[in-house]
Design a protein around this ligand. Structure first.
Ligand code: DQA
Length: 145
């Protein structure tokens, strides 16, 4: 099984940005963490990050026929991007939404998620572990194995 993990804007700043919310781990730490967990589950993962909405849309489109599922932390685009939602709908791949923090426990403008309109599952509020749970969700899903 091949899973594409997409990360949106400012996640490359992990370890520097708002550490009280996102923790001290860097983006490199996150990538290493995801790869280790995916390896243990026998899952092939590709992990990408962009600060640009259109780039994320391109990567979603290119995932069609290549990956079995998408795990996405669209970061701030979660709350604004109809374009990423449409791309996810267009490719018809199973989607899991992840967040390091718990957006619903934060400012009201973070409560709505376009990604949730297409995601099968949301894993949030558990730091790096949110990603592990999303990968596990697909790895252990009988319909995909
Ligand atoms: C985030 C939550 C978003 O509201 C925020 O804009 C982010 C990160 C998270 O992982 O907790 O950049 O997606």
């Amino acid at each position: 099984m091949k899973i594409l993990v997409l990360n949106g804007p400012n996640l490359n700043m992990l370890g520097i940005r708002e550490r009280a919310i996102y923790g001290a781990g860097t983006y490199t730490d996150l990538v290493d963490f995801i790869k280790t967990k995916a390896d243990a589950l026998g899952i092939d993962v590709e992990i990408k990050q962009s600060n640009h909405e259109g780039v994320l849309v391109d990567w979603v489109q290119e995932a069609r026929g290549v990956y079995d599922a998408i795990v996405i932390n669209a970061a701030a685009y979660t709350h604004t991007s109809l374009a990423i939602l449409d791309a996810l709908k267009a490719v018809s791949l199973p989607v899991a939404e992840v967040h390091l923090s718990e957006p619903k426990a934060r400012e009201e403008f973070r409560h709505f998620s376009y990604i949730s309109l297409v995601a099968e599952k949301v894993f949030s509020g558990e730091g790096f572990k949110s990603y592990e749970k999303a990968i596990e969700y697909f790895a252990l899903a009988p319909r995909l194995s």
